[in-house]
Structures are given as structure tokens and as C-alpha cells.
Ligand binder design. Structure first.
Ligand code: ATP
Ligand code: MG
Length: 409
């Protein structure tokens, strides 16, 4: 026998019995985001490597360790690890800055990151996400957050925790970074290797470290004092305060978390995550924030923006399984041609119908019908002669014979 080829580590088939769940995630996304004025955008799965190096940031784990990069025609290309950079590229390239603000876009699709596969972490996974361009006011931040919670509620996920923080602007953050570095300096040797590497380039990212010994260091009182201090400037504080007052009025429950800094370089002011207690250590289903300088950094005009992305596999693992849908009818007959034509008639009317393509025995066909359909549609000799069909309700076993063109399932 020929050698069997298996699916790659960190990737998964989405099997037919799971597809209904995915349809629900996608259908609810389309419905809810459309209500808020979002339009779908589909960008390519691979882009120039430079887009992600500049767009995600070269101090991030994504760019440093996790990208699937390859050469083709002497150009370096990368499978998208996230979709904000691609959406921003498209926004600039297609002149969307000229449209009246806000420009609201949503996407869904596969992302690729070379990470250690584990529960809740794959190398090909899917995200659904939104980006809003052109509005600097905190109403935009509040709208994307409340829309995320509405989407989660529509899936039956009511008990998730929204965490928020403000990273300030590049100016006020500079001072904060300096203070964090200062207070951590005596501990430098005790920090993990990743933190030591980030200390100079991206000191805020240290706060996000999941290594126990680092967490212990950050919990020391003198370090906590700096972390918990209100460093953001007046304008950023006002923005944050207004966001919180919107969330209060909209009944969005949130927790403020000063350690929430997010992995990506481009965020300023608002950052947020939505977490579940039922997901173990990979507990974030949604991450997002404001990125007012990204459009400019990628060559466009100064355009404020805010958005988020959700991990669809993590959403899926929180949802109860859906019962597979039954066919409306299964045609049972000893005459395959009659069964075929009747099935076509019903399909044309919009019903989901099958018949036995292999022309098995009548009793086998009935057995099959009772497993997969709501009604058995029996075309025996009498029915064929008289243009009727016997419709058997497979739940109640009730059976009636009616004219074929009167059928309603
Ligand atoms: P994490 O802290 O879990 O690594 P992240 O900050 O890298 O998340 P984002 O880039 O913000 O994640 O992506 C948004 C969402 O995408 C996450 O909250 C998560 O639900 C999902 N996600 C990210 N990486 C993976 C992965 N490797 N496998 C499955 N889902 C993922
Ligand atoms: Mg990650």
C-alpha cells in the first residue's frame, strides 16, 4: 500500500460535521457587522515580507519567530500572520482615505504563525476581525468593543471578560518606558531571556511576560508602583475616560488591567482583550486596540484607526456542538429514474433531498431515510402510476398519500 500522508503538525482539517459551526460563526459575523455598517474585505493570504516587518513591527514575536517566509523570484514573501497589515495596505493602495470617514471593514480567514502547537494554538488558524479607519474619537473604540460583545452574545457567549488599558501616545509612553526600564534595571539578570532581549527595544512588552519568575519580579511593590502609576498625558487620559463612560452607559462590563500591553508594536491609547475562564492558558478569544500611526507608517496619510481580531478555533471550542441538520426528505423507490426526477423536482423547490443512487433494496432505503431525513417520500408502483407520493413523517411514523405537486415539507 502507498504511504499515507498526514496533516501537518499545528494544522487541522475542518471536517463536515464541524462545518455547520463555522457557518454559524461566519453568518453571525456578516449579520452583526453589517448592522454596524461594515463591509467585508478579502486580501491575499501572502504579501511582501516587508509589509509585516513594518506593519506588525520587528520587535514582535510574530515577526521575529513566527512568520512563514519564503523566496519566489528573488522576493521575500510571507503567509499572513494577521490581517491588519494587509487591510491597511489595501486601504492605502485603493485610495480608501478619500472615502468619507469612517471606513469600516471586516474580514475572516486563515492566518499562519510558526508557534508551538498546543491546545488553543495552531500554526494555521482562523480569525474574524474588524478595522475602522478615520475616527480618533473614543466613540469608535467603544463601538468596536460593544460590537465584539454583541457578536459573542449572538453565539451564546455571555460570560466573557473584557479587559481594557490605555497605552497612551508615543510621547507620554516614552516617559513610562523610561521609568519601567529604570525600576527593572536592578533585576535585569533575573529576567528571562526574552525579557532581556526586549528590555531595550520594547520594554512595555515585558509586562506581558507569562514566565512565572518574571511575573514574580513584576509583582514587587516598588515595581508595581511604577506599573500602576498614571503615566498617560491629559489628552490620552480624557480619551480613556470617555471610552470608559461609553462602556458604562452601554452596559459593557470591563476590568482595567495595567499589564495588558498586547504583543504588537503599533497600538496606542486603547488596547483590549476578551477572555474566557474556560480556555485554560490560551484564554484570549479577542484582541484589539487603536493604531493611529500604522497607516502613516505604511506610506498612507495620517489616519486614526481601531480594530480587533478573534480566534475562530478558540470561539468554536467554547460553543456547544450543533446537532447535524437532517435532510427534508429521502426518496424511497424501486424505480431509480423516477426517484431521481422527483428528487430534482423537490430540489428545484428549495428542499434538501436525496435518493438512493445505488438502487439498494426498498427496506434498506427506508432504513437510510429514517437515519438522515425528516420525511421518507415513497414512490411505489401505485404512486408512480397515479402521480402521487406517500409521505411518511419519520418522527411520528404518520403517513399520508398526496398528489406529488402538492407536496410541502
Ligand atoms: P496569544 O496571546 O494567545 O498568543 P496574540 O496576542 O498573539 O494571542 P492576536 O494576534 O491578538 O493574538 O490575535 C487575536 C486572536 O487570535 C487571539 O486572541 C486568539 O484568539 C487568536 N490566535 C492568535 N494566535 C493563535 C494561534 N496560534 N492559534 C489559534 N488562535 C490564535
Ligand atoms: Mg501570540
Amino acid at each position: 500500500m502507498a504511504k499515507i500522508i498526514k496533516v501537518l503538525k499545528g494544522t487541522k482539517d475542518i471536517l463536515p460535521q464541524e462545518a455547520e459551526m463555522w457557518h454559524k460563526l461566519e453568518k453571525n459575523a456578516l449579520e452583526i457587522f453589517t448592522k454596524y455598517g461594515y463591509k467585508e474585505i478579502r486580501t491575499p493570504i501572502f504579501e511582501m515580507t516587508e509589509l509585516f516587518a513594518r506593519g506588525v513591527g520587528d520587535t514582535t514575536d510574530i515577526v521575529n519567530k513566527e512568520m512563514y517566509t519564503f523566496e519566489k523570484s528573488e522576493r521575500s514573501l510571507t503567509l499572513r500572520p494577521e490581517n491588519t497589515a494587509g487591510v491597511v495596505r489595501s486601504f492605502i493602495e485603493n485610495g480608501m482615505a478619500r472615502l468619507s470617514a469612517p471606513v469600516k471593514l471586516w474580514y475572516k480567514g486563515p492566518m499562519f504563525r510558526y508557534e508551538r502547537p498546543q491546545a488553543g494554538r495552531q500554526r494555521q488558524f482562523h480569525q474574524v476581525g474588524v478595522e475602522m479607519f478615520g475616527i480618533k474619537e473614543p466613540s469608535a473604540d467603544a463601538e468596536v468593543i460593544v460590537m465584539a460583545t454583541e457578536y459573542l452574545k449572538s453565539l451564546g457567549l455571555n460570560d466573557l471578560e473584557v479587559e481594557i488599558n490605555s497605552l497612551g501616545c508615543p510621547t507620554c509612553r516614552e516617559e513610562y518606558k523610561k521609568r519601567i526600564k529604570e525600576v527593572l534595571k536592578p533585576e535585569f539578570e533575573n529576567l528571562c531571556e526574552d525579557c532581556q532581549n526586549r528590555y531595550e527595544k520594547n520594554p512595555l512588552r515585558l509586562l506581558d511576560c507569562k514566565v512565572e519568575s518574571c511575573k514574580e519580579i513584576f509583582s514587587k511593590p516598588e515595581i508595581q508602583k511604577v506599573i500602576q502609576s498614571d503615566f498617560i498625558c491629559e489628552e490620552c487620559a480624557e480619551h480613556y475616560k470617555t471610552l470608559k463612560s461609553y462602556l458604562d452607559k452601554l452596559n459593557v462590563k470591563y476590568v482595567e488591567n495595567k499589564l495588558l500591553v498586547r504583543g504588537l508594536d503599533y497600538y496606542n491609547r486603547t488596547v483590549f482583550e476578551i477572555k474566557s475562564n474556560n480556555l485554560g492558558s490560551q484564554n484570549a478569544v479577542c484582541g484589539g486596540g487603536r493604531y493611529d500611526s500604522l497607516v502613516r507608517n505604511l506610506g498612507g496619510e495620517d489616519t486614526p484607526a481601531v480594530g480587533w481580531a478573534m480566534g475562530m478555533e478558540r470561539l468554536n471550542s467554547l460553543l456547544p456542538e450543533i446537532e447535524p441538520q437532517k435532510l427534508d426528505g429521502y426518496v424511497v423507490s424501486n424505480s431509480p429514474a423516477d426517484a431521481f426526477l422527483f428528487a430534482q423536482e423537490l430540489r428545484a423547490k428549495g428542499y434538501n433531498v436525496e435518493f438512493d443512487l445505488a438502487n439498494k433494496k426498498f427496506t434498506k432505503q427506508l432504513e437510510k431515510a429514517s437515519k438522515c431525513a425528516k420525511y421518507a417520500l415513497i414512490l411505489g408502483e401505485d404512486e408512480i402510476k397515479s402521480g402521487t407520493v406517500s409521505v411518511k413523517n419519520l418522527e411520528t411514523s404518520e403517513q399520508v398519500t398526496i398528489n406529488r405537486n402538492e407536496i410541502e415539507l
